[in-house]
Design a protein around this ligand. Structure first.
Ligand code: KIV
Length: 266
């Protein structure tokens, strides 16, 4: 049986939650069997599956296609589907129409990027029965306005912006929040006053859980890897072994270690 948001909250009170991105039925089965709690059908599929240079070309149809596949392969894991660039920013009504498509494809929750500017949309979705995961810090759909994939919230003003965004999204009713590529002390400030389950990627071991892009943790992505990536296949010996090592490392709090998070002066 699929986990519910209450199951995830109960689990998070006893141990860290392990999450990975997932794009197909076969991997959904492997990840689920290895104990991954949350499968994220990320718009990172635009880069690791489709070969684009960013997530921007991904469509709702693409995410729905991969969500259907993941939903067929998963047994217990909670499935989060990413709302792609341009599918939710125009209006709450636009967001609802596209979120419904992803929920009908098999998602348990949708994820969208942004801070205070997205709060009204989050409230609109939650009020209409769509569970929402926010995403603050480094938001890859903003790569062009951010000027690249850079750590966020390094100076006082930037940190306040990320904190205010996290608070606004949680107050609007999001049950989960991804915090990406911020100094660990900022992530810890978000965790200290959280109202949702905070999932980190390049954030802090203090988060309720961790997420990585599957291809990154299996070491099959080329080019410069971000600091927060660890290749678990190098030690795990097999895909199943790698995923189990990741799950153990997240649950025990061993991942991320100091080498995978950002110091204040990073
Ligand atoms: O699209 C994605 O894979 C993501 C994770 C990196 C959090 O948003």
């Amino acid at each position: 049986m699929r986990r519910t948001i209450h199951d995830l909250r109960r689990l998070a009170a006893t141990r860290k939650l392990a999450s990975l991105t997932c794009y197909d039925a076969s991997f959904a089965g492997v990840l689920d069997d290895a104990g991954v709690d949350i499968l994220l059908v990320g718009d990172s599929l635009g880069m690791v599956i489709q070969g684009h240079a960013s997530t921007l070309p991904v469509t709702v149809g693409d995410v729905a296609y991969h969500t259907r596949a993941v939903a067929r392969g998963a047994r217990t894991a909670w499935i989060v589907a990413d709302m792609p660039f341009g599918s939710y920013q125009a209006s709450p009504e636009q967001a609802l129409g596209n979120a419904v498509e992803l929920m009908q494809a098999g998602a348990d929750m949708v994820k969208l990027e942004g801070g205070e500017e997205m709060a009204a949309t989050v409230a609109f979705l939650v009020a209409r029965g769509v569970p929402v995961c926010g995403h603050v810090g480094l938001t890859p759909q903003h790569v062009q306005t951010l000027g690249g994939y850079r750590i966020q919230g390094k100076d006082a003003a930037g940190a306040e912006r990320v904190l205010a965004g996290a608070r606004a999204i949680e107050e609007a009713g999001a049950d989960m929040l991804v915090v990406e590529a911020v100094p660990h002390s900022l992530a810890e400030r978000i965790v200290a006053r959280r109202r949702s389950l905070v999932i980190g990627i390049g954030a802090s071991a203090a988060c309720d859980g961790q997420v990585l892009v599957l291809h990154d943790m299996l070491g099959v992505t080329s080019g410069k890897r971000p600091r927060f990536v660890k290749n678990f296949l190098a030690e795990g010996g097999s895909v199943d072994g790698a995923v189990r090592r990741y799950v153990d490392a997240v649950r025990s709090g061993a991942f991320p270690g100091p080498e995978q998070v950002y110091a204040d002066e990073a």
